[in-house]
Design a protein around this ligand. Structure first.
Ligand SMILES: CCCCC/C=C\C/C=C\C/C=C\C/C=C\CCCC(=O)SCCNC(=O)CCNC(=O)[C@H](O)C(C)(C)COP(=O)(O)OP(=O)(O)OC[C@H]1O[C@@H](n2cnc3c(N)ncnc32)[C@H](O)[C@@H]1OP(=O)(O)O
Length: 194
């Protein structure tokens, strides 16, 4: 069902995505792109703590345990957080392409309520690339990798340079990131992209 609106439909000129030769092997953890990220950062106490793994081709998987602090209605996950989980899983695809990109557009379908205590099994894959535009799709299944689909999304990510962050982020966080050797190492991984 991807490509539901024109903005998310790859043009005929779009290319099939190519897995970067240095992408993590299938099953390997991808790691957080930023320790304070709300989606995947380990240093973010209120975050979702998503841990993505590389899949086959240009795909990733992740798991999200829905906790009481994620509620929108009694005992049910908030839809915005579910969109965040999809968005962050899609963001992990950057490591398979070795391209830095940000979400330009995210369209989400909510198919089933997601109770607190559920584990959402997320998967995402790039479907096409057209210049800087990366078309991708994601879904979240309830409690098992082959459980019922509860949420899904189509997305357009747009490739950016590292200046997207350094020129727009609040200076104090940018300075801290640039003083953090681990963060610099993560960004450098993208600079070898041909
Ligand atoms: C030292 C510190 C470094 C820190 C960095 C840390 C780690 C780096 C490594 C990886 C991490 C990277 C990302 C994070 C990953 C996961 C987190 C989850 C993902 C997110 O949470 S990420 C945050 C939310 N995200 C934003 O904060 C974006 C705000 N936004 C913008 O910054 C601009 O808006 C931008 C850049 C999107 C485009 O701007 P732009 O000027 O570069 O390019 P332009 O506008 O020309 O668009 C080019 C072509 O995309 C088409 N296009 C654009 N937008 C579209 C839309 N909405 N719908 C349909 N088509 C669209 C145009 O139509 C055109 O298409 P065409 O070429 O065919 O004309």
């Amino acid at each position: 069902m991807s490509g539901r609106t024109p903005a998310l439909t790859p043009p005929d000129s779009a290319l099939a995505p190519v897995r970067h030769p240095d992408a993590p092997a299938p099953g390997e953890p991808i790691g957080s792109h930023y320790e304070h990220c709300f989606g995947c950062g380990g240093e973010q106490p209120h975050g979702l703590h998503l841990a993505a793994k590389a899949g086959e081709g240009v795909s990733v998987t992740a798991e999200f345990l829905v906790r009481p602090e994620h509620q929108g209605a009694p005992g049910l996950a908030h839809g915005g957080l579910l969109a965040t989980a999809l968005d962050d899983t899609l963001g992990a695809l950057n490591w398979l392409l070795r391209v830095i990109s940000v979400t330009g557009r995210l369209e989400t379908d909510y198919l089933r309520p997601v109770p607190v205590g559920s584990v959402l099994h997320l998967s995402a894959e790039v479907t096409a690339v057209d210049g800087r535009k990366i078309y991708a799709t994601a879904e979240g299944r309830l409690n098992a990798p082959d459980g019922p689909v509860a949420v899904r999304a189509d997305a357009l990510f747009v490739e950016v340079k590292v200046e997207h962050f350094t020129e727009n982020g609040r200076p104090e966080e940018i300075r801290a990131a640039m003083d953090d050797p681990d963060q610099i190492r993560r960004v450098r991984a993208f600079e070898v992209n041909p």
